[in-house]
Design a binder for this molecule. Structure first.
Ligand code: HEC
Ligand code: HEC
Ligand code: HEC
Ligand code: HEC
Length: 185
């Protein structure tokens, strides 16, 4: 999928002016998803549950970094649905190869609006979780991966700006090296 008339690559995600304003997200330009709830990952051994929160809702003030990814990857909102389109095109970019309504087409890139079968996100990875879990690395010494205000988000493992590794991973996952940045087993 690509745009046929938009060359400003950042604009799909950021704008220098008239961004969707709140204090949690970086000058964001892609309209947020209206999905009401994504569910919260649970398992008998998951210790992060107490601080995990549902990412659903349209309130930009409570949006998390993961909501930015989901604004395209939950497959409910058009890829070209921008808050402030570029002056050069004078409107939302023209796209080819999208699904019906301009959304992410069905396939692995469309992860859907149920996150209960995905690696948990939007929970705090702190000293208390480290102590409770027994098989994590101390979050104060993490390298390669990134926490956002102490939380795990999609962008803890992925960097949307960096395509050196496959699927925009922050750390090449050969030998599960990415997983072992946080997990100690
Ligand atoms: C596919 C969406 C996407 C595109 C395209 C994109 N960004 Fe980002 N950007 C993000 C997200 C999500 C974050 C917050 C997570 C992060 O920092 O990794 C972010 C964060 C940032 C930040 C905050 C700094 C920081 O600490 O990471 C800057 C600056 C930035 N982007 C600049 C740019 C520029 C310049 C471009 C174009 C060359 C661009 N971005 C393209 C999604 C995108
Ligand atoms: C940025 C750090 C980080 C990375 C990278 C990471 N994880 Fe996790 N993962 C966590 C934390 C923190 C938890 C919560 C642990 C807990 O409470 O049980 C977790 C939870 C899990 C769980 C659920 C555990 C349970 O008890 O239900 C599994 C399974 C898992 N991760 C596997 C992986 C795999 C496989 C990879 C690599 C593809 C990976 N993780 C990469 C931090 C990370
Ligand atoms: C403006 C819409 C948009 C945003 C926001 C966005 N993406 Fe994407 N992303 C895309 C598109 C379009 C593709 C290409 C999909 C395709 O061709 O199958 C893509 C591809 C990817 C892929 C590669 C999929 C594959 O199978 O190779 C990953 C991984 C990914 N994005 C993760 C993220 C993460 C993580 C974030 C947030 C940090 C994010 N994206 C934010 C639109 C977006
Ligand atoms: C704990 C690390 C981790 C987190 C958190 C994470 N991902 Fe991923 N993601 C991966 C890895 C590793 C792969 C590569 C899987 C593979 O190659 O089979 C991947 C692959 C993908 C792909 C490509 C399709 C696929 O299934 O291979 C997309 C799209 C994607 N992630 C989006 C997201 C979004 C959106 C979020 C947040 C809701 C997210 N990821 C959170 C580690 C993570």
């Amino acid at each position: 999928m690509k745009s046929t008339d938009e060359t400003e690559v950042c604009i799909f995600c950021h704008t220098p002016h008239q961004a969707i304003k709140n204090d949690n997200i970086p000058l964001w330009n892609h309209d947020l998803s209206a999905t009401a709830g994504y569910g919260v990952y649970t398992s008998p051994t998951f210790d992060g549950a107490l601080s995990a929160a549902d990412l659903g809702g349209t309130n930009a003030a409570t949006a998390a970094i993961s909501n930015l990814c989901l604004s395209c990857h939950d497959g409910t909102i058009a890829i070209n649905s921008l808050n402030n389109p570029s002056n050069a095109t004078g409107g939302n970019p023209t796209m080819t190869g999208t699904g019906a309504g301009g959304v992410m087409p069905a396939g692995t890139s469309n992860i859907g609006a149920d996150l209960t079968d995905d690696h948990p996100v939007n929970f705090r990875y702190d000293a208390a979780l480290f102590a409770a879990d027994n098989s994590l690395h101390d979050p104060s010494g993490l390298t390669g991966v990134r926490l956002f205000n102490g939380f795990i988000q999609c962008a803890s493992c992925h960097d949307p700006h960096e395509s050196t590794n496959s699927t925009f991973l922050r750390v090449d996952n050969t030998g599960s090296a990415l997983c072992l940045k946080c997990h100690n087993k």
